[in-house]
Write a protein that binds this ligand. Structure first.
Ligand SMILES: [Fe+2]
Length: 111
């Protein structure tokens, strides 16, 4: 359960604002999508700050001891690694080349 909390909390909410901000900027430059069409991304730039805070408070009781913290961290890192793979793949499809700094930014969940 704590792995899932890590994946759903810190890994899903915290990174979204900066990712969606850059994604929205890129989509505006590369496409003629309207602001309405981009709302799912732009709205989450601000909403996920609140979501992240809510998730942090919800997870805290499950991460009070070292084991809980390790499990939450492991879940978060696994999810972040998967997101990195997904975004790198998206970059490659859109730009036809590997994303810059690809492997340097993928963290291992190994100790
Ligand atoms: Fe959210």
């Amino acid at each position: 359960m704590r792995l899932g909390l890590g994946a759903l909390g810190p890994a899903s909410e915290w990174p979204v604002p900066p990712i969606y901000l850059r994604l929205t900027e890129g989509l505006k430059k590369a496409t003629d999508l309207s602001n309405d069409a981009l709302e799912i991304f732009t709205s989450h730039v601000t909403m996920d700050v609140t979501h992240a805070r809510i998730m942090m408070e919800a997870i805290a009781p499950y991460a009070e001891d070292e084991e809980g913290q390790e499990k939450v961290r492991e879940g978060a890192m696994r999810s972040l690694d998967a997101r990195s793979v997904m975004l790198d793949g998206l970059y490659k499809v859109v730009y036809g080349e590997p994303a810059p700094l690809v492997r340097d930014h993928v963290r291992s969940t190994a100790p």
